[in-house]
Structure formats: structure tokens, C-alpha cells
Design a protein around this ligand. Sequence first.
Ligand code: GLU
Length: 293
Amino acid sequence: MRQIITRFAPSPTGHLHLGHAMAAIKAFDRAREQGGRFLLRMEDIDVGRTRAEFEAAIFADLEWLGLSWETPVRRQSEHMSDYKKALTKLDEMGLLYPCFCTRKEIIAEIEQSQTAPHLTNTDKDGGLGGHLYPGTCRHLDTSEVEDKKDENIPYALRLNMEKALEMPLVWPLVWKDENKGEIVARPEIFGDVVLARKDIPTSYHLAVTLDDHLQGVTLVSRGEDLFSSTHLHRLLQALLGLDTPDYDHHQLLKNEDGTRLSKRERSMTLKSLRRSGHQPSDIRKLVDIHHMY
Ligand code: GLU
């Protein structure tokens, strides 16, 4: 049997809260119980929102919780060349195109066209209110692209989903989900998704998928809010020839009124829980109560 490798992959853009503690503890315990390895990865591609003090606080919180991880810790910002290589590969397969649209233009286009397809996942739609990108820039010809590049109009790189779905891959693409069993991936729910942002030459989807492969992760344990993203990650794995780990999309911790805990919920940060006298064992108990596992 292959050795289990799990990971916790926070973005150092805020303090960890109870929900993060649950994800980290779950991944850590699974590796420890099965004699495997637990990795920590800093998902810090969003340079504008990343802060060194948040990274330091993440280390401190996890140590306080009694978790230990392998060093060196992978920081995504230090591996931009890996993402570039993957983008080059997709580009050579004819699956990428530059998109010069602003969000405002995309929304205007969606509003004009009654027929713009709806997205069934809404978590990472780039703020399009549940709509798919209408494909405006997919139809630009080479000279239009060159002109826009000459004018220094910033552009993102989008995946041509229709073409990607026509690639000779082993269809259907599936993954093993610990809670839901075998899932057939439906990447089409993302439409022409952005794989390299205008401001950052990669994206969450590309970086996370590539890193899990490069780090040999065998079990991705993360919140169920990222379940729909896995439909796309499975496609990227197939296109780029990457391994497919198993997935455990666990329930999210909720506030008492049933709303999701978020980084804005100051009172639930590990830092504030620690300050108010909670012990790591209390956090484990809270995590257990919220989520029977
Ligand atoms: N970095 C992501 C977050 O903090 C988690 C990514 C993942 O676990 O796949 O929300």
C-alpha cells in the first residue's frame, strides 16, 4: 500500500480560525495514524493579500495545537516557474487563450445575453454571480490579440473548456471521495475558467493541483466548500498528466446561527481562542463536537 501523504494548505491572508484547525487536525491525524507524512504548504500566490505576520501566526497556531510538519515548507510564491511550465504545456496543446475583458465588461455581456449559461458551482466563479464567462475573447484573431498586447492591456489566460473536453483523455474522469464515493468529474461547470490571473501569473486552481502532485500528496483533505473545485482539478490532472489523490471534503464548521465561519469571525480565530484561555485540547474537543469523525 502506498504511504499516505496529507497536507494543510492555508493562505497567509488572515489568522487561522476553528475551521482551519479542523482541516489541519484531520490531515495531521490521518497521516499520523497511518504512519504517513503530513505537509504544510503556504498558498501565498496572492501577493497583495499575503502578509509575513500571518505566515508566522500560522506556524505559531499549528505548533500550539501540537502539530508538526516536514520542512522546508513549500511556498507557492517561490515556485512560479512550475506553474509557468504547466501553462506552457496547456498552451502548446492549444487549450489556452488570453482574455482582456474586465469584470465590468463580462458582466455587461452576460446581462445583454439572456442565454449566457449558468454556472452550477458558485464558489470560484471570479465574482460573475454564478454565470460562466461568455467566451468573448475566445474568438479574437491573432492580429487582434497582438494589437491588444501591444497596447499593454492586461490579460488573463483562460482554459478553452470545449476544446479541453474534446481531448483524448480517459473519460469519464473520476476521483475517489472519502465521504461520497466515486465521483464523475464535471469540469464543464467551470466554463472557460481563468488559469493565470491578470495580476498573478497563475491561479488557485492551477497551483493547488500542480503542487499536490509535485509534493506527492495522496489524500487531499479540505472543506466541502472546495468540493466543486475538484471537478476542475481532476481535468487539470488529466490534461497535465498528474496523479489524482483521494479527497476528503469535510463539513465546514458553522456558527450557532448556521452561517459559515469565516476569517472575518475574529472571535473564532485560534489566536483569540488561545488568548481567552482555551487549551489545544479544548480546540480538539470543539472540532470533534462540530464534526463527528
Ligand atoms: N488555500 C486554500 C484556502 O486556504 C485551501 C486550498 C486547498 O486545501 O485545496 O482556502
